[in-house]
Design a protein around this ligand. Sequence first.
Ligand code: ZN
Length: 467
Amino acid sequence: MKLKFIGATETVTGSKHLVITEKGAQILLDCGLYQGMGHETNEMNAHLGLNPLHIDAVILSHAHIDHSGNLPYLVRQGFRGKIYCTRATAEVAEILLMDSAHIHEADIYYINKVRERRGQKPLKPMYTEMDVQKTVEMFHPLDYHTDFAINDEISFSFTDAGHILGSAAVNITAKENGKITKLTFTGDIGRYTDMLMKDPEPFPQADYIICESTYGDRLHDKTAAAEMHLLDVVRRTCVEKKGKLIIPAFSLGRTQEIVFVLDKLKNADLLPANLKVFVDSPLSVSATDITRKYVHNLNDNLQEYIKKDPDPFGFQGLVYIQKREDSMRLNEYNHPCIIISASGMMEAGRVKHHIAHNISNPKNTILAVGYCTPSSLGGKLVSGEKNVNIFGENFQVLADVESIHSYSAHGDYEEMLKFLNCQNKKEVKKVFLVHGEQNTKKVWRETLVKEGFGRVEIPVKGEIFEL
Ligand SMILES: [Zn+2]
């Protein structure tokens, strides 16, 4: 069996790893989009680094676009196999991919208007809603902990990775010429203190592990402190400065978590009276519905909370906004408020408009609550840049920019070690580090070696390993 690393090698986005069996079957693990890579992003996404006609199946770890977002393009380019994922992932991926198609179509519309003025030929979007529809029809949802054979060489099962709704580690067993190889792809690893998700669960002993590295060199604040930190930012922004608090957040997961914290603060009478909270994202309504449907996938704390408050994602003063005109009306809303909107890295979606509209007013605060790649708008703001470009226009950063890292859906290195501790390290022949910044991966590798994992590789794009 060979393993080829195609995406998420030098980056935290674009997850895509290829398993090639002795008989030549090709199984793709994830097919994510590169995000926030500046001008090169589209170019990088258009080059799949594989032949879609040669791929037999895809196994999808979870629905985040940096893991699933290039599936419609893969289908558009001729892939005709099955896409295996958990049941919740199938539903979540559908809404996230539809949204991704919207973003591509809207971006292209804007770009083509500029190209038309310059007398250039119009460009086509990478994929459209129709491609997403075709992709969704190829989903083959499976339960956690169920062995499934793709062919006579490869079988696999999903275990809960505790990262987002439906997220899984992929545990592959290859039987080739009498030789058995066990490979686990961690996908993204969640946390042991997540407000909604269950803990990442132990996975079967592996010979090889493809492991994520997002926070391989960092520790998060403790979650209880994060709740108070959020309350502190709300008070300073909405009470003292009488401004708007803009919270860019992923529609699924992060948004429900922030809303849940605000719900708790509201129940404890800690939020300012009459403070409006807007969740400005059509996706969030669907995402919340799916979260409610799979409430049994959420942790015990939430099950307890629901006994007292049956709607942990709704309270007086909270308004979910779907329509674009209602979203635009927020520009004229001149009272202190909280606006939670997507996307998390501030690269796309309605939040970009809210940032453009509010960033040059010192009364306001922009609060990052998740990971932002350094080259994304979110990354630039968090690193303290004083001038940023949004929609081709320069904006002075006068609003406060803050971040709460503990809301990350990714475990820090201690949590990832705890997750990997279910393994007999001596039996693990190699760990491959993906999905992280280069320096982070080097630190993470040192830690893993110190912890007793013998060989830890940092693959480069296109590198092939014989397992
Ligand atoms: Zn993820």
